[in-house]
Ligand binder design. Structure first.
Ligand SMILES: [Zn+2]
Length: 68
């Protein structure tokens, strides 16, 4: 899985200029129950209003087994 190619406009304001941002460094998403390194998170962001349309961790397999 990765960012959807079919997202072409912001569902909030309708702007068509979308950008991609990421969380990395100290802002990684980390597995809740493990002392492990986390995974970078990437976002599809509306460049007009700032709405985050989609977000993805880059290594989703790290989060397996964290929910009971
Ligand atoms: Zn927008």
């Amino acid at each position: 899985m990765g960012p959807s190619k079919n997202v072409t406009e912001c569902p909030k304001c309708g702007d068509k200029e979308l950008g991609i941002g990421k969380h990395s460094g100290y802002s990684v998403m980390q597995p809740d129950n493990k002392m492990r390194f986390g995974s970078e998170v990437k976002y599809i962001i509306c460049t007009a209003c700032g709405y985050i349309i989609e977000g993805y961790v880059q290594k989703p397999a790290k989060f397996k087994g964290t929910r009971f």
